[in-house]
Ligand binder design. Structure first.
Ligand SMILES: *Cc1c(COP(=O)(O)O)cnc(C)c1O
Length: 521
């Protein structure tokens, strides 16, 4: 470490230092922050408006008599409120965000600049189509890139998230089966390692879900799949690369067996980042796959904005795609809005309008700034970074599948913590104290005490080394707690100690969330 110059880290506190709680709940330069409704009063606003003339009362008795109860803040108060809140959370702009399966990559500022162009940002979905030709052309070009990258002939652009895309794909599959006299098929097969949204979506659409077993090396068990495929199966839902961070080696056999049984192959494309530019899902026999633009194509997510989950479709499913979609005629771009003529087989509509324009612009800017060769390198670097982490941590922590390389995420189990009294949860919470967001914990369910680390390609070697250094120190501290060394466990058991909030009762927070605020009587 370079120690010349202005120190930027606190001196380590002497062992006998008295750490007192603050009088206000503030910490360092961070103040405690109340809810916005508890802050101001009705009497303040950030802007000066002339007092309104009371309009002619044509509302009879419906005119509001009481103040509306909006929080009243001046502009600086409003700015400080939101900046203070933002400081209480982690962000991709602060540090590596290793949340596996979520592909938390850097959001290039160029994308933000493009999305703010008035021709994209200030338009309205109900504007005449002749006035938004540029926006429609961008949607058309983005659709073209998505089809080209996946080797699929069609794409439904409207889904607003990965899970929404799953719904779109399964509704298209259901419509196709019904059109082909196969409406009796009532089962969807999902591997045990599937993301929770897969079985949830299948159940929501009215299918019953049957699990496919997994082999010891973390892949779909082909024999079990074959045994469970039958005349009742409508589709399989398989993630590739799968949620263990492994490529499904038998993917061609999986799609061949599925099609032979008359079922469709839905691929969960959340992990497309690992193969973009290298593998075309269309070549693997996929019939439908959602693409999380907010993962692979760097549009912000996780509190950073809405997502977008376009679904690419095979020729067999394309006619059932939901309206609207963009078509290019000699006289310009048009939206096909009505379920007639070319759209007469559409299963309906998935959302009121045509999707997340701002996300389309960001994703398209990302694609164009990388180019085809750059997107290929995205996949290569993402896989390289994950394997670097796996290789550098495997002497201390236990990789769930030690054999061979991983794809874009490194998966560890908790067998290395045996005898330490430290759990996956404790370890993850201690990471917060050291300045890192935890990795994905306890997912996939097939791995005991899973820790799923996805660095993405946007991390430099320096940032990866900083993260690895932190995890190695923590892992050594955890291993030192072996055989009932209670003192060694302390750092983990109560963690986080330095975050704005201490450890929460997550079950209570999930089961009984406090969603209402009432003024004190
Ligand atoms: C993120 C994710 C989803 C769901 O995507 P959302 O955009 O969050 O709805 C589905 N499957 C996998 C494997 C994922 O990682």
């Amino acid at each position: 470490m370079n120690t010349v110059g202005r120190p930027t880290r606190p001196e380590a506190a002497p062992a006998n230092d008295y750490i007192h709680p603050t009088l206000t709940g503030g910490r360092g330069l961070l103040q405690d922050e109340a809810l916005i409704f508890e802050l101001g009063g009705w009497d303040k606003t950030g802007v000066d408006l002339p007092t309104a003339e009371r309009p002619a009362d044509d509302l009879d008795g419906l005119l509001r008599a009481e103040p509306i109860g909006l929080p009243g803040l001046s502009e600086p108060e409003a700015v400080r409120h939101y900046v203070r809140l933002s400081q209480k959370n982690h962000a991709i702009d602060l540090a590596l965000y290793p949340l596996g399966s979520c592909t938390m990559k850097h959001n290039p500022r160029l994308n933000e600049k493009m999305a703010r162009l008035p021709g994209f940002a200030d338009i309205h979905p109900l504007q005449p189509q002749s006035t938004v030709q540029g926006a429609l052309e961008l949607m058309d070009r983005l659709a073209h890139w998505l089809k080209t990258l996946t080797g699929m002939p069609a794409v439904a652009m409207t889904p607003k998230a990965g899970a929404h895309g799953e719904l779109c794909g399964l509704l298209a599959i259901k419509a196709a089966h019904e059109a082909n006299g196969q409406g009796h098929r009532k089962t969807v097969l999902c591997p045990t390692s599937a993301h929770g949204t897969n079985p949830a979506t299948a159940a929501f659409v009215g299918y019953s879900v049957v699990e496919i077993a997994q082999t010891d090396d973390g892949r779909v068990d082909l024999a079990d799949l074959e045994a469970k495929l039958g005349p009742d199966v409508a589709a399989i839902m398989v993630t590739n690369p799968n949620t263990c961070g492994l490529f499904e080696r038998d993917i061609l056999d999986i799609s061949r067996l599925t099609h032979a049984a008359g079922a469709y192959f839905y691929c969960d494309g959340a992990n497309f980042n690992a193969i973009v530019g290298r593998v075309r899902p269309g070549d693997l026999g996929v019939d439908a796959m959602h693409i999380n633009l907010h993962k692979t194509f760097s549009t912000p997510h996780g509190g950073g904005g809405p997502g977008a989950g376009p679904v690419v479709l095979s020729a067999a499913l394309a006619p059932f795609a939901p309206a609207p979609w963009v078509v290019h005629h000699a006289d310009g771009f048009k939206l096909v809005e009505q379920e007639v003529e070319e759209a007469s087989a559409a299963f309906g509509r998935l959302s009121a309008f045509h999707g997340q324009m701002g996300m389309y612009v960001r994703a398209y800017a990302y694609m164009r700034s990388h180019g085809a060769d750059g997107l290929r390198q995205v996949a290569e670097d993402a896989v390289l970074n994950a394997n670097y982490i796996k290789a550098r941590l495997s002497d201390l922590m236990s990789p769930a599948f030690p054999e061979g390389p991983c794809m874009h995420e490194a998966l560890f189990d908790d067998s290395w913590l045996e005898g330490t009294g430290v759990t996956t949860l404790d370890f993850a919470k201690a990471m917060i104290d050291e300045g890192f967001h935890p990795m994905t914990m306890y997912f996939p369910l097939v791995v005991h005490g899973a820790m799923l680390i996805e660095p993405t390609e946007t991390e430099s070697k320096q940032e990866l080394d900083r993260f690895i250094h932190t995890l190695r120190l923590l892992a050594e501290a955890a291993l030192a707690a072996k055989d009932g060394n209670g003192e060694g466990q302390q750092r983990f058991k109560g963690a986080p100690f330095h975050a704005p909030l201490r450890r929460l009762d997550e079950t209570l927070a999930a089961r009984k969330p406090k969603l209402r605020w009432k003024p004190e009587a």
